[in-house]
Structures are given as structure tokens and as C-alpha cells.
Design a protein around this ligand. Structure first.
Ligand code: FRU
Length: 437
């Protein structure tokens, strides 16, 4: 059983998929390549939890088995109806085999179809009998791209089922495609939305929902940060106006990063047992740990809109298990520890080599001494100017630090390697250290 962070024991993890509270448990699937600590022909691995704190690994749920998904079961989402679980995902088919590595595509020669698999109990998945292609490869380029159209997020509204897909216009501009269905199997294309080239060339992993009466879209544009550093692809969010009748969405000109640590990607939301909108996301890492595994899931976060901004605060189930006060990280449990403190301008807390400090109205972090092996990766980060104070809640695990400021006004999450176990303070900062019982 894993606690707090979902990580693969071996091999590769990327996007969270099919996240749902279903029949009394949270089900989370994720993109995995079960043969090596690198990306390849995608499968869905399955983990479940009663409380979002303890996670049990149930192994592979989806694997390539049809012509349409022979080269990978890409990202997607889950819905429930009448006790049955429906998973939607993108089937990828490499139209030419790469003789040197059949798990990778050769020269972009692939097509994508949208698929569905059903399960009576959310535990058994029959990859031969229960899969269906629900949106075949799109042939009309006016509607979408035959290759880069993926990551179905499905949800229910009063008049039926909605699906949003990420896509591109000629590999130049990202766009979202909206489909509707009354039976979850037959889908009609309704509308699309896009923006200028400065918003990236392909939009991955879209997610639409409403919270505090506001309409929100999240997506992960490829090529949005062109500063020559890894990674160019980043998850963003914005408040939109969405007319459901004709699926007309208007996107503003500005956006928030979901996480200012810029390692987080491909978030997916669902509704928790208490009706809160929550999400989890993939934390990208430059290299496998101990040569064995690569990729982690974030702590689940609650999404809210306050003061015109989208907030991402720590899920209370996580907050509530850090009950044991300790004097030093050396006394922490294997799942790590939490720090709580507030910062005046110029003050700093150094967590085993990871610097967290305040500069004016921003909280900043610096992992450069822990990232000397990865010169192509960013090492210094900052929140936008904050309005709600400078109160920090920092969740520390061996390879991941998540800094929540002001109950989620901004978050900085960073992958780290060889983190030390000393806390050093500059200024008059008093730091509470807490771990799990
Ligand atoms: C995002 C993504 C998705 C795709 C999946 C493949 O990280 O590229 O668009 O479905 O990963 O693993």
C-alpha cells in the first residue's frame, strides 16, 4: 500500500486517467509503459483508494488489443451510469511499424480514434470483448486532425453527455473539439474553439467543469513556453464562457499556470465523495530514480474560484493525516513530512537544498543545487504577485516538494533528486514540522 503520492514501483508513469469516485472508492488509472522506465506503447495501470491517502495497486487495466489501439491506449476519462463504469480513451495506431522500436512512432505516421471500454464493477476490464471505437479516425480536417486528436474528457449535463477532445489546426494552433451524445456511444461533433499560435500548437488533456458558479477549462498546450528549457508543454487554466446548447466556448487572452513549478502536467479532475471538484496531475521527472521508476502523481487538490482567481488547495484528507509533530525531517515517516510557516520579504527556508523564499509579493523556489545533472531543465520558479498573504504549507517527499501558498492561491511543485534532511532558516521564521502517525 502506498501513502500520499502514487508512484510506479517500476517503469514509467505519465498522465492520470479515468479518475472517479465509484462505488465507495477512488479509482485512478494512469498512463504506463510496463516494460521500462521510459515512454512507449501505452497501457493504463489501475490504483484505488478509500481516502485519497492510501493507494492499492491493482495492476494493468487497459492494454493494446484492437487495431485502433494497437500502438497505445492513450489518455482519457471515466463516467458512471446505473452502476457501470465507462472509460473513454484514445486508441493510437502506428500505420508504419518502426523496425528499431515498435513502441515508438516513425515520422508521425499514426492515426487516433476515440474508444470506450465498459466494466460492470470497475475491477474487471475485458480488453477483447468490452472495447468499442466510438469516434473513428477523423477524416475531415475542418473538424479535427487524424493524428493529433486525443484525450476524451466526458461529463454529464441535463441534456446528455458531453465530450471535449484536444486537437490541432495543421500542427500550428491548438484547438478543442466538442461532441455530444445521448447514449454514450454515438457522438455528434458540435463545435470547436482555438486561440493564437502563442497558445501552443496542440492542446492535450482538456477538462471542463464548473466550480463556485464559474465555468473553467483546463488544458495542456504543447509548445507554450519557448525559452529553450524543458519542458515547453505546460498545463494552464482559465475562466471561460461556455454556451452548452451549441458548445460555443470563449477563451480569455490570459491564463494561470496550474502549478508554477512547471513540472506538473496533464491534470484530470473529478468530484469527490463530498462533492468537491478535485484534481490530480502527473509530475514530470528528468531521469528514473535508482534506474527503476520515473513519474509521480501530485497530491489531490481541491479547485475553487476566489477573488477572481482559480485556487488549488491541498485536499483536506491529506492535510488531516499529518498529525505528528517532529523536530527534524530525520524523524519523518517514509511518506514524508509537512512544513508550515509564513515568510516576510527576504526570508528563506532551505529544505535539504531546496530553497523557498519570498521576494516582494512573490514566493520563489530554487532547486539548482539538486539539479546540476539536468542543465536543460528549469531550476528557479516564482508565483505571480500574491494578494492573500504569505502562508506556506509544504509537502515534502523524497523526490517531490509541493509548496502551497495561501490555501492554494498559487502552488509550486518540483521534482527533486538527492534531497537532504536538514532544514535551514534565514530570518525570523518559525517552522512547524509534522509527519504521519
Ligand atoms: C500527455 C499525453 C497525452 C496522451 C498521453 C500519451 O502527457 O501526451 O496527450 O494521451 O500523454 O501517453
Amino acid at each position: 500500500m502506498q501513502k500520499i503520492h502514487v508512484k510506479p514501483n517500476n517503469n514509467w508513469m505519465n498522465d492520470p486517467n479515468g479518475f472517479i469516485y465509484y462505488q465507495g472508492a477512488y479509482h485512478l488509472f494512469y498512463q504506463c509503459f510496463p516494460y521500462n522506465a521510459r515512454w512507449g506503447r501505452m497501457h493504463w495501470n489501475h490504483v484505488i483508494s478509500k481516502d485519497l491517502v492510501h493507494w492499492e495497486n491493482l495492476g494493468i487495466a487497459l492494454f493494446p488489443s484492437k487495431t485502433d489501439d494497437r500502438s497505445g491506449c492513450f489518455s482519457g476519462s471515466a463516467v458512471e451510469e446505473d452502476g457501470k463504469l465507462y472509460l473513454y480513451y484514445t486508441g493510437v495506431n502506428y500505420t508504419v511499424e518502426n523496425p528499431e522500436d515498435i513502441n515508438l512512432c516513425l515520422d508521425e505516421q499514426f492515426v487516433s480514434a476515440q474508444m470506450m471500454i465498459t466494466s460492470e464493477d470497475g475491477m474487471q476490464f475485458d480488453n477483447i470483448k468490452d472495447k468499442k471505437t466510438v469516434i473513428p479516425v477523423i477524416q475531415n480536417s475542418q473538424i479535427g486532425d487524424a493524428r493529433h486528436t486525443r484525450d476524451p474528457k466526458v461529463w454529464k449535463e441535463e441534456d446528455g453527455w458531453y465530450m471535449v477532445l484536444g486537437s490541432t489546426i495543421e500542427d500550428r494552433k491548438g484547438r478543442l473539439l466538442f461532441f455530444k451524445s445521448t447514449d454514450k456511444e454515438h457522438w455528434d461533433y458540435v463545435n470547436s474553439v482555438s486561440k493564437g499560435e502563442e497558445f501552443g500548437w496542440m492542446w492535450e488533456c482538456p477538462d471542463y467543469f464548473e466550480v463556485n458558479g464559474k465555468q473553467i477549462i483546463i488544458f495542456s498546450p504543447m509548445g507554450i513556453l519557448k525559452d529553450g528549457k524543458a519542458d515547453e508543454n505546460q498545463a494552464i487554466c482559465m475562466q471561460v464562457s461556455f454556451d452548452k446548447k451549441n458548445c460555443r466556448m470563449e477563451l480569455p487572452d490570459t491564463y494561470q499556470f496550474l502549478d508554477y513549478g512547471l513540472d506538473l502536467y496533464a491534470p484530470q479532475s473529478t468530484v469527490d465523495a463530498q462533492g468537491r471538484r478535485i484534481l490530480m496531475a502527473w509530475l514530470r521527472m528528468p531521469q528514473p530514480v535508482d534506474g527503476k521508476w520515473q513519474g509521480m502523481m501530485s497530491i489531490p487538490r481541491v479547485v475553487e474560484v476566489k477573488n477572481g482567481k482559480i485556487y488549488f488547495r491541498v485536499h483536506p484528507n491529506i492535510q488531516n493525516v499529518y498529525t505528528k509533530k517532529i523536530d527534524s525531517p530525520k524523524e519523518a515517516s517514509d511518506a514524508g513530512y509537512r512544513l508550515r510557516f509564513s515568510l516576510q520579504d527576504g526570508e528563506e527556508v532551505n529544505v535539504g537544498g531546496y530553497r523557498i523564499f519570498r521576494q516582494g509579493k512573490k514566493i520563489c523556489t530554487d532547486r539548482s543545487t539538486l539539479y546540476t545533472a539536468f542543465p536543460q531543465f528549469r531550476t528557479e520558479f516564482a508565483t505571480p504577485e500574491l494578494a492573500d498573504g504569505f502562508n506556506l504549507e509544504v509537502y515534502v517527499d523524497q523526490n517531490l516538494i509541493e509548496v502551497f501558498v495561501n490555501e492554494g492561491e498559487a502552488v509550486i511543485s518540483n521534482a527533486v533528486y538527492q534531497l537532504g534532511n536538514e532544514i535551514k532558516v534565514q530570518g525570523n521564521v518559525s517552522v512547524a514540522i509534522e509527519t504521519l502517525e
